[in-house]
Design a protein around this ligand. Structure first.
Ligand code: MOS
Length: 737
C-alpha cells in the first residue's frame, strides 16, 4: 500500500505542540535590537515635523528612523516590477501620508519595552498637515474605472448577446450584493528579523513565499536576490496577507543596516489593519434572465471594489461567474475606485469568496422566482464544458458533489416555502451553494538526497502555512524513493533551497509535489544504477527494471533474496549521499483543458424568531479536488475553509470610520472571527477522482475552495428560514429582524 493519500499525522505536529517549532519572531541573534513601527494617525497629507531628537536621547533607544533619517533607497524605493509581484511600499523616503496607519517611523532600541516607549513618545511629536481624505466607497463608486491589468486576466468579459438575452428572459433578477472590508488576522502577526553579514542579508520573515520576499527586498534595496536569504519554516497563519512583501520587512532590513545590528520587527495587532492588505469591500450587481423551465438565458455580473491611490488591486469576484454555469449570454466586469486607504490584497480565495456569495445568492433568488428547487436550477444549468472558452474540463465531478451532498444532508426533507420548517421558536432553514476554485500550478524545483545513515531528505523552497506541506511532501518523497516515511525528512521555508512558488492560489501541492517526486525518482534511479555497477552488491549486473526500492532496501524483483539496504550500498561506495535535483512545470495542458475544483455546500441554520440570532447547526460539503495526498490534512484544511466561510457569512467585518479612514475595530477583540462556540457539525467528504491532466499525481490542491460557497449557502438558508433576503454580508441579527 502506498503512503500517498494516507491520513498520516503531521510530521511537524509534535514540534508545534511542544513549542519546539520556531516562528519568525522566536529567532534571535547576538546584539539583537528591537524595532517598533510608528504609524500615521491621518489618512492623507504630509508630515510637517517630527521630533526624533527627543526620542533618540531616551534610555535604550538606538535609532529613530524617519523620512529625514532613513537611508536613501535606489529610485526612492520604487521598482519597475509590476504589482503584485512587488508591491508599492512605504519606506520613509518622503513626507507624504497616503493612508491612516501607514508607517511613518521606526524606533529601534535595546529592548522591546524601550522601543515601544520610544515609538509611543515619537507618535506624539508628529505634526501633520492634513488634507481631506477620500475614504467613502459609496460616495466614490460612480467614478469607477476599469483596471489596466488584473493579474493577467481580462477585467471584463462577454459571450453571446447579452442584450438579446435581456429580451428573451421570462424571469428577471436584478439585485446588488455587497461584501465588507475584511482583515486576515492570522494568529501570528507579521514579523521580521533582519541580519546583515557584510553585503548579505538574512531575513527570518513570516511569509507565504520565501523566494518572493527575497526577490522583492533585493529589488527595493538594489541588491541581488542571491544576497537576500529568507528563512521561514513555520507560519502561524497566512490567509493571503503574507503572500506579498510589505513595508515592514524592508524597514527591518533598513534599520538593521543603519544600526549595524540584527533587528527584529513585529507588527502590533492594530498595525495589521492598513499596511499589510485586506479584502476590499465589493458592490456586485447581478442581472439574470431565465426561462420558466429554469434555463438561464443571460447573466450580468458587474463588480466594483476599492483600491489604494497608489496601486491597482482588484477583488476578482466575477471570474467564477464566467465558468460556473452554462449561460450562453453573459457579461462581466470589474471596476475600481481609488481611496485613501492601504492597498487591498489576496485574502482566503480572493474574488471567489465574495463572488460566490453573490452568484450563489442570485441563483437562489432565481430559483424562488421560478418556483424551482435551488439544487435543480444548478443542475439544469450544469456546465459540461467550460463555458467561457469552450474547453473541456480536465476533470469535473460536481454532479456527484451535488448528489452525495444532498443525500448526506437530507436535502429532500426541505419544504420549499420560507419559514415552513419552524421548530417552536427556532426558524430552521436549508440552503445550498456551489463551491469552486481554479486549479493553479507553477514551476517548482526540489532536491532529494539519500544518505549513508539510512535516512533520506528532500527539500524545496516552499512553505507550510499550517496546512500540511511538510507532511504531504514527506509522503511524496518517501513514496518515490521507496523509503519508510519515518526515515525521510522534508525541508522547506528557505529561499536558498530549490525554488518553489508562493504558497498562494492553492497551488503548492499541485506545483511542488511533481518536483519532489521527480527529484526523488531520479535519486532512486541513481541508487539503482550504483548497485548494478557495484560488483560487491547483491544486485550487481541486474537490469535497472529488475531492481525496486522498498522500505529503504534495494531488492531484485525476480529474486527477493538478492537485496541490500540503500545505506549499506552508499557506505560501501564512499559514503557520499546520492542526490538529484529536478524542476517540474506545467506543460501546455491549459491550452486544451480548463482546470477547476468544485464542491457542493449544504447549510442548516437556526434563527431565533425573537432575537434574530443565527447559528449554523450543520454544514455538509462534498468536494472534487483531484487526488488527495493526505486524507487527514486535506479534511482539516477543507473544514478550516468552511469555518472561515461561516466567519465571512456571519461575523467578519472591518468597520471603516469614514471620518478618519481608520478601522474602528482594528484588533482581535472586536474583529470577530468564528470561535469554537460558533461551530457545530461540519461534515466533509472528498471524492476520489484524480485529475488526469494537472500533473502525474492527479492532485489539484485544496487551499481555498473550502471557504467558497459557504456564505452563499448560509445566506440562502437564512432566507429559507426567515423569508428575509440579506444581500449584504455579514448577516448579523439586526438584518433578519
Ligand atoms: Mo491565498 S488568499 O492565494 O494566500
Amino acid at each position: 500500500m502506498t503512503v500517498l493519500g494516507q491520513p498520516v499525522d503531521r510530521t511537524d505536529g509534535l514540534a508545534k505542540v511542544t513549542g519546539q517549532a520556531k516562528y519568525s519572531a522566536d529567532y534571535t541573534e547576538p546584539k539583537l535590537a528591537h524595532a517598533v513601527l510608528v504609524t500615521s494617525t491621518i489618512a492623507k497629507g504630509r508630515i510637517v515635523s517630527i521630533d526624533a531628537g527627543s526620542v533618540e536621547s531616551m534610555p535604550g533607544v538606538v535609532l529613530v528612523m524617519t523620512h529625514q533619517t532613513a537611508m536613501r533607497l535606489p529610485d526612492g524605493g520604487v521598482t519597475d516590477a509590476e504589482p503584485p509581484a512587488v508591491r508599492v511600499l512605504t519606506l520613509l523616503q518622503d513626507d507624504r501620508v497616503r493612508y491612516n496607519n501607514e508607517p511613518v517611523a521606526v524606533v529601534v532600541a535595546e529592548t522591546l519595552e524601550a522601543a515601544t516607549e520610544g515609538a509611543h513618545r515619537l507618535q506624539k511629536t508628529i505634526r501633520y498637515e492634513a488634507a481631506e481624505p477620500n475614504v467613502s466607497f459609496n460616495k466614490t463608486k460612480s467614478s469607477a474605472y476599469e483596471p489596466e491589468q488584473m493579474m493577467g486576466r481580462q477585467a471584463s468579459s462577454s459571450r453571446g448577446d447579452i442584450s438579446a438575452a435581456l429580451r428573451q428572459g421570462t424571469a428577471h433578477l436584478d439585485a446588488v450584493y455587497t461584501t465588507p472590508y475584511e482583515h486576515h488576522n492570522p494568529m501570528e502577526p507579521h514579523a521580521t528579523l533582519a541580519h546583515w553579514d557584510g553585503p548579505d542579508l538574512t531575513l527570518h520573515d513570516s511569509t507565504q513565499g520565501v523566494s518572493g520576499v527575497s526577490n522583492a527586498v533585493a529589488k527595493v534595496l538594489g541588491i541581488r536576490a542571491e544576497q537576500v536569504r529568507v528563512i521561514c519554516p513555520f507560519v502561524g497563519g497566512g490567509f493571503g496577507c503574507k503572500g506579498s512583501t510589505w513595508s515592514h520587512t524592508v524597514l527591518a532590513a533598513m534599520a538593521a543596516k543603519q544600526t549595524g545590528r540584527p533587528v527584529r520587527l513585529v507588527l502590533q495587532r492594530p498595525q495589521m489593519f492598513g499596511m499589510v492588505g485586506n479584502r476590499p469591500c465589493t458592490d456586485q450587481h447581478f442581472q439574470i434572465f431565465a426561462q420558466t423551465d429554469g434555463t438561464l438565458n443571460g447573466m450580468r455580473h458587474d463588480v466594483i471594489s476599492p483600491t489604494s491611490t497608489f496601486e491597482d488591486w482588484t477583488e476578482t469576484s466575477a471570474l467564477i461567474t464566467r465558468k460556473l454555469y452554462a449561460v450562453p449570454n453573459q457579461a462581466t466586469s470589474h471596476k475600481l475606485v481609488k481611496l485613501d486607504l492601504g492597498t487591498p490584497t489576496f485574502m482566503r480565495a480572493p474574488g471567489e469568496t465574495s463572488g460566490s456569495f453573490a452568484l450563489e445568492s442570485a441563483m437562489d433568488e432565481m430559483a424562488y422566482m421560478l418556483d424551482m428547487d435551488p439544487l435543480a436550477l444548478r443542475i439544469k444549468n450544469y456546465a459540461e464544458t467550460e463555458p467561457q472558452d469552450n474547453k473541456p474540463w480536465s476533470s469535473k465531478y460536481l454532479n456527484d458533489c451535488y448528489r452525495i451532498g444532498a443525500e448526506k444532508f437530507g436535502w429532500s426533507r426541505r419544504t420549499a416555502q420560507t419559514r415552513s420548517m419552524r421548530q417552536g421558536n427556532v426558524l430552521v432553514g436549508y440552503g445550498v451553494a456551489t463551491a469552486t476554485y481554479p486549479a493553479n500550478r507553477s514551476q517548482a524545483s526540489a532536491i532529494a538526497r539519500v544518505l549513508a545513515d539510512g535516512t533520506a531528505m528532500a527539500a524545496s523552497g516552499t512553505q507550510d502555512l499550517g496546512t500540511g506541506t511538510f507532511t504531504v511532501m514527506t509522503q511524496v518523497a518517501a513514496d518515490a524513493l521507496g523509503f519508510p516515511l519515518d526515515k525521510v525528512h522534508f525541508q522547506l521555508g528557505d529561499s536558498s533551497l530549490p525554488h518553489a512558488p508562493v504558497s498562494g492560489g492553492s497551488q503548492s501541492v499541485a506545483s511542488v509535489s511533481p518536483a519532489v517526486r521527480e527529484a526523488a525518482t531520479q535519486a532512486r534511479a541513481k541508487l539503482i544504477a550504483l548497485a548494478i555497477a557495484d560488483s560487491a552488491s547483491p544486485l550487481s549486473g541486474a537490469t535497472a527494471d529488475r531492481v525496486k526500492v522498498e522500505g529503504g532496501w534495494l531488492i531484485d524483483r525476480t529474486d527477493a533474496s538478492r537485496r541490500e539496504p540503500a545505506a549499506a550500498l552508499i557506505a560501501r561506495n564512499g559514503g557520499k549521499p546520492i542526490e538529484a535535483t529536478a524542476s517540474a512545470e506545467p506543460g501546455d495542458e491549459k491550452k486544451n483543458y480548463a482546470f477547476h475544483s468544485f464542491g457542493a455546500v449544504f447549510a442548516e441554520v437556526h434563527v431565533d424568531a425573537d432575537l434574530g440570532t443565527i447559528s449554523v447547526a450543520k454544514v455538509v460539503a462534498v468536494y472534487d479536488v483531484g487526488n488527495v495526498l493526505n486524507a487527514k490534512t486535506a479534511h482539516s484544511q477543507l473544514m478550516g475553509g468552511v469555518v472561515w466561510g461561516i466567519g465571512s457569512a456571519l461575523t467578519e467585518v472591518s468597520d471603516l470610520d469614514l471620518r478618519y479612514g481608520r478601522y474602528s475595530n482594528g484588533n482581535l477583540a472586536e474583529y470577530h472571527v468564528p470561535v469554537n462556540a460558533d461551530i457545530q457539525a461540519i461534515d466533509i467528504t472528498v471524492l476520489d477522482h484524480g485529475d488526469p491532466y494537472i500533473n502525474e499525481l492527479g492532485a489539484r490542491g485544496i487551499g481555498e475552495i473550502g471557504i467558497t460557497g459557504v456564505a452563499g449557502a448560509i445566506a440562502n438558508a437564512v432566507f429559507h428560514a426567515t423569508g428575509i433576503r440579506v444581500r449584504d454580508l455579514p448577516i448579523t441579527l439586526d438584518k433578519v429582524m
